[in-house]
Design a protein. Structure first.
Length: 347
């Protein structure tokens, strides 16, 4: 099914990392199929306008930044951060003639290392961006990964929350098949799906020897937050060591998304080696998901709709789908009620 938008637009979406949007060049982004030009007027201010010049619709993202303003590459019209046109070179000294021209502006803000754009075009921001757990306290390290996926946000968040695929898609890289029962508790609130697993003796294989040599019990929780965030936590012992993967998905078009993944970790003395090894390892694992998401997306596109069958392991996915579908339909239909359930599956 092609993703509808409905209330899903009334959220902040990540449009780039703070580092990507620097003062030198405008940056082009597409969110919900809407082209946007992003730039930074100074260290503290980011701006986002519709990427379509008011004059003859050339993309402003191909222009340049001059004195905190954006200059169109075609005839040089100049636009302020609020989208107001402030100079038309062909009008000579007649600045008053620029007044009626403007370009749509989108609210932006910078938080936790990301630039966020508010996509609710009809309403002003009424919530905050998701607080990405960019840990600044001692012992923690963080980095962002940016990945393009050929699939929609619903299928991506399901993939990021999904345990059973790990023994197939990431065989030998993340988790191996153990013929082990995994009981889980799943809770749906009005805007989240929270899963905790009872699998103290599970492990994420490639990490065992380095982050958990003492074999401390592992706690694992998966959380989904409307409309597009997943947070996966692995903690060892009494949170002595921890590994958190937080992903925020930005829809580009019906079958394309950009995902900003924040990797946060606290591995004690192993941090110094993890710094060198983890970016390579996490890229490798994410690329395995990129491949499976691409072929799933292609197939769904071919059949033009989804026809999913589910088992107990998919309970969390059904809850995610119910929250996103309700929002897509603009809040019409049956409101998904808060619910808690236990289920089990085998890996
Ligand atoms: S199209 Fe932008 S100035 Fe003419
Ligand atoms: Fe995966």
């Amino acid at each position: 099914m092609i993703e509808q938008e409905g209330l899903l637009k009334n959220y902040w979406y990540a449009a780039g990392t703070s580092k990507e949007v620097n003062g030198n060049k405008p940056v082009k982004r597409i969110i919900f199929n809407i082209p946007i030009v992003l730039w930074r007027a100074n260290d503290n201010e980011s701006s986002a306008l519709l990427d379509r010049c008011a004059h003859r619709n050339a993309p402003l993202s191909e222009g340049r930044i001059k004195d905190c303003r954006i200059v169109c590459p075609y005839h040089g019209w100049v636009f302020e951060q609020n989208g107001q046109c402030s100079n038309i070179p062909s009008e000579g000294p007649h600045k008053e003639r620029t007044a009626k021209h403007k370009v749509e502006k989108f609210p932006t803000l910078e938080q936790n290392g990301l630039i966020w754009v508010w996509m609710g075009r009809d309403i002003l921001p009424d919530k905050h961006p998701f607080p990405m757990p960019l840990k600044k306290t001692k012992g923690w390290k963080n980095y962002y990964m940016i990945t393009r996926f050929s699939n929609n946000v619903t299928n991506l968040v399901e993939n990021f929350m999904d345990v059973p695929h790990t023994i197939y898609v990431h065989k030998g890289w993340f988790r191996d098949r153990k013929q082990m029962k995994v009981p889980m508790n799943v809770e749906r609130t009005e805007d989240s799906v929270l899963v905790s697993y009872e699998q103290n003796n599970d492990s994420i294989s490639a990490f065992d020897w380095m982050i958990n040599p003492k074999g401390l019990p592992m706690q694992h929780t998966d959380k989904f937050y409307m409309p597009n965030v997943t947070r996966v936590d692995y903690t060892f012992g009494e949170e002595e060591k921890a590994f958190i993967i937080t992903s925020t998905c930005t829809p580009v078009s019906p079958y394309e998304s950009i995902v900003y993944t924040l990797i946060s970790y606290k591995f004690g003395w192993f941090n110094q080696f993890a710094r060198l090894f983890l970016p390579w390892y996490t890229r490798r694992v994410i690329n395995q998901d990129v491949e499976i998401m691409e072929i799933q997306g292609k197939n769904i596109k071919h059949f033009k709709e989804t026809n999913f069958k589910s088992t107990q392991a998919d309970l969390l996915h059904l809850y995610i789908e119910s929250l996103r579908s309700f929002a897509k339909l603009g809040g019409k239909g049956t409101t998904p009620k808060p619910i808690k359930k236990s289920a089990e599956f085998w890996i």
